[in-house]
Design a protein around this ligand. Sequence first.
Ligand SMILES: [Zn+2]
Length: 222
Amino acid sequence: MPNPPFAMLATTAEVLAQPDADERLLTGFERDRLERFRRPADRDDYLAAHLLVRYCAAAHLGTDPAAIAFGQQCPGCGSTVHGRPHLTDRPGTHLSLSHTNGVIAAAAAPVPVGVDVEHLGARSNDPATLQHVLTPAEAALVHGHPDPTAAFLRLWVRKEALIKLGRTSLDALASLDLSHLPLDPPPSHRDGDLHYLELTTPTAVFAAAATLPVELLPLPGQ
Ligand SMILES: [Zn+2]
């Protein structure tokens, strides 16, 4: 039996404090990318994200982060230096990765998995944005919620996770109605064949979705 889907959620600082957090774990195209960042914070976020996805894949496979053959492929342009993450030597293992403003989420699973994380407070509740990505029923729920920003981000990360899972597309977000799901869900819940893992921390709003329950793992050594 393969391990269940695993997800990890951490700050950039927490990942970079790991004893083996070192860019030498990264492969050539990632180190090239690291060198091109102008802002140190962006560089740190990229490095931490690409380390966290290795920690997560290593835990899932019962192997060492240094043994993880990480690759990316863009479904849009075919590039192999950005886009959807995968393991070059294990097509049966699925990865997902998300990072923004010092927070990172990663997942590794025996089935397709999607994760998304947003920094709490980083995005405003601009009505134009709401219209673009929410159905009228969802927008009404967000406006009626005591914390509309957190409520909007909950729906946003949920939809982004579904995009990464291949269940919807950016263009279709405004017609994908998730208003039947709670805006303040229990960490684990289910909708049809999809299992969600959803968390709100003081700094981040996180969602993972897969056709198997997703388990949250701590960072190695924590
Ligand atoms: Zn591309």
